[in-house]
Write a protein that binds this ligand. Structure first.
Ligand SMILES: Cc1ncc(COP(=O)(O)O)c(C=O)c1O
Length: 382
């Protein structure tokens, strides 16, 4: 039985073209980009060309794009750099961030002279803008706002422009974890009032262990890593040339085909919503994920009322039937703490039902959805 992959927010299948160009780079362009001989210069030019194309697509300057090992490093780099290098005293974030932000700010609160404040989150998974404004105007400390663009569990999209303008008005820096949106949405960083963004290639059919941060040049951001001075002194260490090439190839495919892929995937998501709603009694959608104007076309988080015994075996059953998706639910087995995101937005009663996160890519078909819905229907009625 072929497996049906509905866990694209966790990671995506790597494109054949990406694998091919990475393999070629590993064998043909193995030079150290810091070496001045021809092999080194070839590797260096591959990196700089990739940087330029990414910057061009996003409306950034090449020097504002810094390659990292992915989303976790990017978020940590920005948050730690803001506190240690930019003199940030207060970080305003939310309780439904990815752990790459949440645990990084918790650690900074313990180890550095920084206060962390959490903006109220509405039941749809979006930040309460009035509360954010109140927090921004609370005192005169130097502030950084860090809010996730597309929530990786709920799919809720926040309005970067409104929040960015609020930050600008209140002289605060603005960072957004855009790991689930870069490669899936267009950005124009010439216009968007944002200082820092983060991307990971494996969320858009590229390799794992590579990503980039956007650091607006006016911010005066300082390096946290000391060594060979690579990446314009902001991220020392020999660059992973084959990974950068793979990232560049995946990025270029993502934006060349963006309009078609967006409408294809949105169609799959809408079909999934309609099928689940009509065939599974009492099923609910968490956050606002069934509203495509407020949530990403890639993510759907559903809650299915069922007995505790059945809930315990839901993940196992789906896996056995060849369906790969994520459990997005709180303590069904009693031994897990569950999703911090759902724990934050759902009532105790709603948390009793299991939730699953389905996340789509261009490789999914309506047949995949039919299979999922059949398996769920059978399991519920068994
Ligand atoms: C929103 C978000 N931020 C950060 C990360 C971490 O990225 P990486 O796995 O590249 O370290 C992820 C990955 O799941 C994510 O979804």
């Amino acid at each position: 039985m072929d497996s049906i992959y509905l866990d694209n927010a966790a990671t995506t299948p790597v494109l054949e073209e990406v694998i091919d160009i990475m393999t070629l780079t590993l064998s043909a362009s193995f030079g150290n980009p810091s070496s001045i001989h021809s092999q080194g210069r070839t590797a260096k030019s591959i990196i700089e060309n990739t940087r330029k194309s990414i910057a061009k697509e996003l409306g950034a300057q090449p020097k504002e794009i810094i390659f990292t090992s992915g989303g976790t490093e990017g978020d940590n780099m920005i948050l730690q750099g803001a506190v240690h290098g930019l003199g940030i005293d207060t970080i305003i974030t939310s309780k439904i961030e990815h752990h790459a932000v949440l645990h990084a700010v918790e650690n900074l609160e313990k180890t550095a002279a920084v206060t962390v404040q959490y903006v109220k989150v509405l039941s749809d998974g979006s930040p309460d803008i009035d509360d954010l404004e109140r927090l921004l105007q609370n005192d005169n400390t130097k502030k950084l706002v860090s809010l996730i663009h597309v929530n990786n569990e709920l799919g809720t999209i926040i309005d970067l422009e409104t929040i960015g303008n609020l930050c600008r008005k209140n002289n605060a820096f603005f960072h957004s974890d855009t790991v689930q949106s870069i490669g899936h949405y267009r950005f124009n960083l010439q216009e968007l009032p944002i200082d820092f963004l983060v991307a990971a290639a494996h969320k858009f059919h590229g390799p794992k262990g590579i990503g980039f941060v956007f650091i607006r040049k006016e911010t005066g951001f300082q390096s946290l890593l000391f060594g060979g001075g690579q990446e314009r002194g902001l991220r020392a260490g020999t660059e992973s040339v084959h990974n950068i090439v793979g990232l560049g190839e995946a990025f270029s495919h993502a934006y060349t085909n963006l309009d078609d892929d967006q409408s294809k995937i949105a169609d799959i998501k809408s079909y999934c919503i309609a099928q689940l709603a009509s065939k599974i009694p009492n099923l609910s959608f968490n956050g606002c994920c069934d509203d495509l104007s407020k949530s990403s076309y890639t993510i759907l988080n559903v809650r299915i009322p069922m007995s505790a015994d059945k809930a315990n075996l839901l993940g196992f059953t789906l896996d056995l039937k060849g369906i790969c998706c994520s459990k997005g639910s709180a303590c069904q087995a009693g031994s897990e703490t569950g999703s911090h995101v759902l724990n934050h937005i759902l009532s105790e009663k709603k948390l009793q039902s299991p939730s699953i996160r389905l996340s789509f890519s261009k490789f999914n078909t309506k047949k995949d959805i039919d299979h999922l819905v059949n398996v769920l229907e059978e399991y519920i009625s068994s």
